[in-house]
Design a protein around this ligand. Structure first.
Ligand code: MTE
Ligand code: MO
Length: 378
C-alpha cells in the first residue's frame, strides 16, 4: 500500500477520499477562527504523502537565467534569507463542487464549502532565493516558474504546477517558500518541510513538499497543469473537451459561503427575532472583499454583513474575510421554511453569479454562485 506511511488524521474531518487523503473540516466551525487551526485546515492530496527527513531535504533550482543550478538545504533556506510571514487563504478549485454536480454530474471529489482555509505562512521570499542564485530575471526565456513536489505516482512522476513568471516574480506578490504554518513547522499533510505559497492563486499551484524550481519557457508538463484545473463552457463535455483550448486556472473568482447555520438546520430566533449567520468570503489575485450581502428571503431583500478582515491594500489582500449578519425572521410563521443567501463583492466590483447552471463545467471547478441554504424556523 503506497499510502501506508501517510500521517494519522483526526476523526472530525469530512473525508472525500481516503487514498489519496482528501478531507474538509465541518463547515459550521470554519468561520469560528480567523486563522484556521492547522488541525482543521482542509487537506487535498493527489498522491501518497512523502516522508522527508529535514536533514535530507534539498531544494533544487535551475533553468533559464541561472548559470549554475543550485541546491539549498532546509537549514540554508532558514538561515540565508529573511523570514517573511504572510496571511494567505488557500482554496481548492473544486471547493463547493457538490452544488455544481447537483445540476448535472461532474468528475471530481464531492467537496462541500470547506475546501478553503486561512493561515499565516512563513518562509523565504521566492525573489530573494532567486537573487541568491544570481538568476538573470531579465532573461526573456523565463515565462513560467515551474514547481515540482516530492510526491510521486507508481511510475515515478511527481506532482507539479507552474505560475506565469510575471506573477510569481513580482516582488509585491510575495511568493514564499514556506517552512512554517501558523508559527510551527508545516504539518506533513500540508507540505513538510517546504511548500510554495502563491498568494491569490488557486490551491493547485501551491505546491507542497517542494523540491524543485525551474525557470522555464513553458508551463509545467504535469497532468494537473495541462489536463486538469481548467474552466470550460457548459456546452463542453468529455466527448468534445480540448484541454489545450483553456488557460490553466491561476487567480480565482470572488467567492463566499455561509458556514453557520448549515443547510437544512432548524433555527430558533433570539428575543429580538433575529438569527445570526456567519461565513467567509475571498477573491483571487489579491482583490479584497469590499462587501458581503446576505438575504433572508432567497434574494429579494439584502442586509450588509459586518466584515472581519486584515488592514491590507485593496489589490494586495490574500487572506480571507469572515463576516456576520443578524437577519430578521420575526415576520415568519413558526415552522416555516426560508432560504438564506450570501454573495460577496471584491475590489474590482466583481459579483458572484446568481445561479450555478450557467457556470457548470465538466470538472466542477470554480463554483462561486450565490451560496443558498434552506432553513426551518422552530
Ligand atoms: N502539492 C503537491 N506536491 N501535491 C498535491 O497533491 N495538491 C494541490 C496543492 N499542492 C497538491 C499540492 C491542491 S489541488 C491543493 S487545493 C492544495 O495543495 C491543498 O493544500 P492543503 O492540502 O495544504 O490544503
Ligand atoms: Mo485543489
Amino acid at each position: 500500500d503506497p499510502y501506508q506511511f501517510d500521517p494519522k488524521r483526526p476523526g472530525y474531518f469530512a473525508v472525500r477520499s481516503a487514498k489519496p487523503f482528501n478531507a474538509e473540516p465541518p463547515l459550521n466551525v470554519l468561520a469560528d477562527s480567523w486563522l484556521t487551526p492547522n488541525e482543521l485546515f482542509y487537506i487535498r492530496n493527489h498522491l501518497p504523502v512523502p516522508d522527508i527527513q529535514p536533514d535530507e531535504y534539498e531544494l533544487e533550482i535551475e533553468g533559464f537565467g541561472i548559470k549554475n543550478p543550485i541546491k539549498l538545504s532546509l537549514k540554508e533556506l532558514k538561515e540565508k534569507f529573511p523570514k517573511h510571514t504572510i496571511c494567505v487563504a488557500i482554496q481548492c478549485a473544486g471547493n463547493r463542487r457538490s452544488e455544481m454536480t447537483k445540476v448535472k454530474q461532474v468528475r471530481g471529489l464531492y467537496w462541500g464549502g470547506a475546501a478553503i482555509s486561512n493561515a499565516n505562512w512563513s518562509g523565504a521570499k521566492l525573489v530573494d532565493v532567486l537573487k541568491y542564485c544570481d538568476a538573470d530575471l531579465n532573461d526573456p526565456n523565463i515565462k513560467h516558474i515551474v514547481f515540482d513536489g516530492a510526491d510521486t505516482d507508481a511510475t515515478g512522476s511527481s506532482y507539479g504546477a507552474s505560475v506565469p513568471a510575471e506573477t510569481a516574480l513580482d516582488g509585491l506578490n510575495q511568493f514564499i517558500l514556506a517552512y512554517e504554518m501558523n508559527g510551527v513547522d508545516i504539518p506533513r499533510d500540508h507540505g513538510y518541510p517546504v511548500r510554495l505559497i502563491a498568494p491569490g492563486i488557486v490551491g493547485a499551484r501551491n505546491v507542497k513538499w517542494l523540491n524543485k524550481i525551474t525557470l522555464s519557457d513553458e508551463e509545467s508538463h504535469s497532468h494537473w497543469q495541462r489536463k486538469d484545473y481548467k474552466g470550460f463552457s457548459p456546452n463542453v463535455d468529455w466527448d468534445n473537451v480540448d484541454f489545450e483550448k483553456s488557460p490553466s486556472i491561476q487567480e480565482m473568482p470572488i467567492q463566499s459561503a455561509i458556514c453557520d447555520p448549515v443547510d437544512g438546520s432548524t433555527v430558533t430566533p433570539n428575543a429580538n427575532g433575529f438569527i445570526t449567520v456567519k461565513g467567509y468570503a475571498w477573491s483571487g489575485g489579491g482583490r479584497k472583499v469590499v462587501r458581503v450581502d446576505v438575504s433572508p428571503d432567497g434574494g429579494s431583500n439584502w442586509i450588509t454583513a459586518d466584515l472581519e478582515q486584515e488592514d491590507t491594500p485593496l489589490n494586495r489582500t490574500y487572506s480571507w474575510t469572515l463576516w456576520k449578519a443578524d437577519i430578521p425572521v420575526a415576520s415568519l410563521k413558526q415552522g416555516s421554511n426560508f432560504q438564506v443567501v450570501c454573495k460577496a463583492i471584491d475590489s474590482s466590483y466583481n459579483n458572484q453569479p446568481e445561479n450555478v447552471e450557467p457556470i457548470w463545467n465538466l470538472r466542477g471547478v470554480l463554483t462561486n454562485s450565490w451560496h443558498r441554504i434552506n432553513l426551518k424556523l422552530t
